[in-house]
Write a new protein. Structure first.
Lengths: 323, 330
């Protein structure tokens, strides 16, 4: 009996047929939150890919300095006459690259540390959880600031590595807990009894089961990386030659955009960060509802899953009788 | 008590790791930082003898092998030899830090507790009435949470302290132009409170969403637990079920989350303080970084880290007190 068969059998026995999961997925995609989230994130990803080709030179100087939004300059111009809209569009690429790069690396580290610790147990697990917990309690941004300042290098690569190295711990802890609860289930025991190798059990049996959590952790890591990079660039620790949203905010703040009243200069970059963050958070939010059916909001008139509505009506009848 | 000993041991290890990171990081600085630092100091005044030695030990660049360097570094820290600040020569780093730490502690501390209480209360209500109008503000709070702290601070500054509607002061911790003396007098305290409104509002607005969401979701989960259904079946008053049964149990994860989030709040406050030129540790850190003031930078990193570790320890011990189950399980 192969491991896949065991999984299928166990799944059938525990009443979790794959059809149910599929319909859940379809239901989730009907949720306006997921739709809004994927639309926003998709828009920014597209903008990051094609934007720089369309926007024109972000550093080209025009003769109108500090002009408000107009047909010529959709989002006005900066102190020295650069087009804010072009800068905004070009900044998208580097901001996204750092966010997704650091998010991916942090997620990889958390998978290695969390799953191997949780699966192996014993001394390795003790050591890895100690490391995760310590990294978790040391405040991240001050640490990153000191590292970047000491390194005197703020290029794309070092920045991604530093952000990833300081932000994997929370996900590793979640994955370890999940692995601990999964490792003694029947299908894992069956796979072990069938003589599967450890790496195969981890990659084929455990990892796919934790994929939803990993995706959710990844999204959080991307949000965190984008916010961290923006903060670093804002306080002057960014690469000044690299156009990012944080860098734009830094220049706007230092060139007195606030006291001049040039709102078109400092509002859009922050709004982009906030919108992208919100899009990612909305995706996570709906993923959460998908994984944890208790969080779903069941409305009376809308037909929901049989079990769910039964639970809901039970609750309602209890409420009624309580009144 | 075993639980307390275990927690104390963990935070000792964490503190040791922070100390060691702080020892290793300056090795990354290219060139000879001590020489450069002394050079810049001598431009702004006479450098006291022995300063070079203090700096060398502090930056982990002492003489001998790595163990001897480490010993010199620890010895220097144990005697609180933190060196002199370069940005503000010749003020000792220890003085710089103790001048600004109260500002941050009071501002960030108050705002964080306020945000936590507000978020938990609203989250409990939103979870209790899920699907209601209150519950539908949740997506809006995710926007607030995704906002960079410092950008929200910029907008606050723009709206309430400059062109649009100038009702609050622009920055600083108190009115530095008038001749008031910092201390326990009414004029200073009133000015300090007035200057703290915008920074505090920024922290509360950008962190309340996280608490709200976490509490709301835990509340919804708890509401379908048997003991809540049983309480309803018994006909207990709704208020009592909501607060005494559901919220009381739903708040536990938030309390342990509170400890971890302290570090993030401190992180968020760094760029925020910079926007408001608030005289706290965060602004000092940014200043130190932009001036390549390594002694001040390392000192502030250690102080922030130790403060966060201490607060974490406190919350952990409190959590063990609130929820006896954590004490029993290892």
């Amino acid at each position: 009996m192969t491991a896949t068969n065991v999984v299928a059998t166990v799944a059938a026995e525990t009443g979790a047929p794959s059809a149910g999961r599929l319909s859940g997925l379809r239901a989730a995609f009907r949720s306006p939150r997921l739709l809004a989230g994927t639309t926003i994130v998709g828009f920014f990803v597209l903008l990051g890919i094609v934007g720089p080709f369309l926007a024109g030179n972000p550093n080209a100087l025009s003769h109108t300095e500090l002009a408000g939004p107009s047909l010529r300059h959709w989002l006005g111009t900066t102190q020295i006459g650069q087009d804010v809209f072009a800068q905004l569009v070009v900044s998208t690429r580097a901001s996204l690259a750092i966010g997704f790069g650091a998010g991916l690396l942090a997620t990889l580290i958390s998978i290695v540390v969390g799953i191997s610790g949780g699966y192996a147990g014993g001394l390795l697990d003790e050591a890895l959880s100690l490391v995760s917990n310590v990294v978790l309690v040391i405040p991240t941004l001050p640490l990153i600031i000191v590292i970047i300042a000491d390194l005197r290098s703020n290029g794309l690569g070092p920045l991604i590595v530093v952000i990833a190295l300081t932000s994997w711990a929370a996900s590793a802890r979640v994955l370890r807990a999940q692995t601990l609860s999964v490792r003694n289930r029947e299908y894992i025991l069956a796979a072990r009894a069938a003589g599967e190798r450890a790496w195969r059990i981890v990659f084929v049996e455990i990892l796919p089961n934790e994929l939803p959590i990993i995706v959710s952790n990844f999204i959080f890591a991307v949000i965190f990386a984008i916010l961290t990079q923006a903060a670093l660039a804002f306080i002057g620790l960014g690469d000044p030659t690299l156009l990012t949203w944080g860098n734009m905010l830094n220049i706007a703040y230092n060139d007195e955009a606030l006291s001049i009243g040039a709102w078109w200069w400092f509002i859009p970059p922050g709004l982009c960060i906030a919108l992208l963050g919100m899009g990612l958070a909305l995706i996570n939010f709906s993923l959460d509802e998908l994984l944890n059916p208790r969080l779903r909001v069941y409305r009376q008139r809308r037909p929901a899953g049989a079990r769910a509505s039964a639970q809901g009506s039970l609750r309602e009848s209890v409420r009624e009788s309580a009144r | 008590m075993r639980y307390v000993a275990r927690k104390l041991g963990f935070y000792l290890v964490a503190a040791w790791v922070a100390l060691t990171i702080n020892f290793l990081l300056p090795q990354l600085i290219p060139g000879n930082p001590v020489e450069a630092l002394i050079g810049r100091m001598s431009q702004s005044g006479t450098v006291p003898p022995g300063e070079a030695k203090v700096l060398t030990a502090l930056l982990g660049l002492g003489t001998g092998n790595i163990a001897q360097k480490y010993w010199q570094y620890l010895d220097g820290l144990a005697h609180l030899r933190l060196g002199l600040s370069i940005a503000n020569f010749p003020t000792p780093v220890a003085v710089e830090i103790s001048e600004s730490i109260y500002w941050t502690l009071i501002l960030v501390g108050t705002a964080t507790v306020l945000s936590f209480v507000l978020g938990i209360a609203l989250g409990a209500l939103a979870g209790w009435k899920r699907g209601s109008r209150l519950d539908s503000i949740i997506p809006a709070t995710t926007l607030l949470t995704a906002m960079p702290y410092f950008w929200l601070a910029l907008i606050m500054l723009y709206v309430f302290a400059s062109n649009v509607w100038h009702v609050l002061p622009q920055g600083q911790g108190y009115d530095t132009n008038s001749d008031m003396t910092p201390g326990w007098n009414l004029a200073f305290l009133a000015s300090a409170v007035q200057h703290a409104i915008l920074p505090a509002l920024t922290i509360v607005l950008s962190s309340v969403g996280g608490w709200l969401l976490g509490m709301r979701n835990m509340m919804v989960s708890t509401l379908s637990d048997d003991y809540v259904v049983a309480a309803e079946a018994k006909g207990l008053p709704q208020r009592r079920i909501m607060i005494g049964y559901a919220a009381r149990n739903a708040v536990l994860p938030s309390v342990s989350g509170f400890a971890i989030s302290l570090g993030f709040v401190v992180s968020g406050a760094i760029a925020m303080e910079y926007v408001f030129s608030y005289p706290g540790l965060g602004e000092k850190l940014v200043l130190a970084v932009n001036n390549n003031d390594y002694p001040l930078m390392q000192g502030i990193f250690l102080v922030i880290t130790f403060a966060v570790l201490g607060a974490n320890l406190l919350v952990d011990l409190m959590h063990g007190f609130i929820d006896p189950r954590t004490r029993l399980s290892r």
